[in-house]
Design a protein around this ligand. Structure first.
Ligand code: HEC
Ligand code: HEC
Ligand code: HEC
Length: 201
């Protein structure tokens, strides 16, 4: 084939497009895998007790069966339905940062055992809470539009939340009232201890 024939150029472009598609596919599936609840909760042993408390929290099992995973709440833009390329990059950076914290924790041994994880909990929980407050609970809001709540059986709920929208003058602290939204630590610790007892038998 002639080097500068039309077919030659078309061929090069096609190969480029195919490589591009495969690359994006590999990248996104790796990102999804590393950000999946299974990876965060099971593969990463620095999260054993955290995972148990998540399973006891309000989003592992729900009335409708629609659930939320680790990344939905912990990673910027993850739960937002419409995100552009810049938001996606911000999400990747946020993910890399979250991954590094637990990887470093694992390597340094600061979170290597359930006891150490529980000892670190208060500090980490506060850090997460502050981070969420600073972002005005944007990850929760990606799924919950509190200004569009409608539950005929409990009309007071919509009324109560009407003033908690993203642009409210006084920002709402969802966790103040929903302490077990992400994790139920008491129930989680109990379940974790039970599971260990059974495993030791
Ligand atoms: C990926 C989407 C998603 C994210 C992110 C999310 N939620 Fe939810 N949430 C849900 C779904 C789905 C339900 C269950 C709704 C149903 O079944 O009626 C739910 C239920 C709830 C409930 C009611 C639970 C119950 O048992 O009655 C509360 C409270 C709540 N979420 C608060 C929060 C808060 C606070 C955050 C942020 C820390 C958050 N949610 C993040 C999707 C999400
Ligand atoms: C001042 C306390 C308070 C704050 C702040 C608050 N909520 Fe609630 N929320 C409640 C109460 C009370 C209920 C009703 C609980 C029930 O029915 O058992 C509720 C219910 C819900 C439900 C379940 C609705 C349903 O019909 O099942 C969701 C979802 C929810 N809140 C999300 C949020 C999110 C997201 C925020 C932050 C933007 C937030 N809430 C802030 C008190 C609060
Ligand atoms: C519905 C939202 C939500 C989901 C889903 C969720 N979290 Fe959280 N997470 C929170 C909130 C809110 C806090 C702040 C502490 C608290 O619960 O009061 C937190 C705190 C944490 C902390 C610091 C405190 C501690 O326990 O060490 C870690 C680590 C963590 N989450 C990891 C995870 C992992 C791993 C998953 C998935 C297996 C997960 N989270 C799922 C909302 C969530």
């Amino acid at each position: 084939m002639e080097k500068n024939s039309k077919w030659y150029l078309t061929g090069i472009c096609l190969i480029g497009v195919v490589i591009g598609i495969v690359f994006v596919g590999v990248l996104t599936s790796t990102v999804h895998w590393a950000g999946s609840t299974k990876f965060c909760g099971e593969f990463c042993h620095s999260m054993d007790v955290v995972y148990a408390s998540y399973k006891a929290g309000q989003h592992y099992k729900t009335g409708s069966g629609v659930t939320a995973g680790c990344s939905d709440c912990h990673n910027k833009n993850h739960s937002n339905k419409e995100i552009g390329p810049f938001d996606y990059v911000a999400m990747l950076m946020d993910k890399a940062q979250a991954g590094t914290v637990s990887l470093l924790g694992q390597i340094q041994g600061t979170m290597s055992t359930p006891e150490k994880q529980i000892a670190m909990r208060k500090e980490l929980a506060e850090r997460v809470h502050e981070h969420m407050k600073a972002q005005n609970f944007s990850t929760c809001r990606g799924c919950h539009d509190v200004e569009r709540m409608h539950n005929p059986k409990k009309p007071f709920v919509a009324k109560l939340h009407a003033g908690f929208g993203p642009k409210a003058e006084k920002p709402a602290d969802c966790l103040m009232c929903h302490k077990k939204a992400g994790h139920d630590y008491d129930a989680g610790d109990k379940a974790f201890a039970e599971a260990q007892k059974t495993a030791a038998k």
